[in-house]
Write a protein that binds this ligand. Structure first.
Ligand code: FES
Length: 107
């Protein structure tokens, strides 16, 4: 279980508990947090679960697979320094306190 804070583009914050084994995308979807569309349901095939990782968390997350890196090119305004596809980030206790910023829109 990890407490994750999702910050909408307008600054609205949502802090929720996300169970281990789920993804950061599923944590947003299951808590009805606006800003993550997840059109493909987590298959790394749409890039509409894009978010910006808080700078101090970027290095703590598991590295990106090539497929995620490729799909990120299709996201809206990706930032190479801290963009991730949230469906590719599995939640564990290590992610407790994670903060992600949601983009202005998804593609
Ligand atoms: Fe489609 Fe993440 S939900 S790429």
């Amino acid at each position: 279980m990890a407490k994750i804070t999702y910050i909408e583009h307008d600054g609205t914050e949502h802090t929720v508990d996300v169970p281990t084994g789920m993804t950061v995308m599923e944590g947003a979807r299951d808590n009805n947090i606006p800003g993550i569309d997840a059109d493909c349901g987590g298959a790394c095939a749409c890039s509409t679960c894009h978010a910006y990782i808080a700078p101090d968390w970027v290095e703590k997350l598991p590295k990106m697979e090539a497929m995620e890196e490729d799909m990120l090119d299709f996201a809206y305004a990706p930032d190479p320094a801290r963009s991730r596809l949230t469906c590719q980030i599995k939640v564990s206790d290590d992610l407790d306190g994670l903060v992600v910023n949601l983009p202005e829109k998804q593609i």
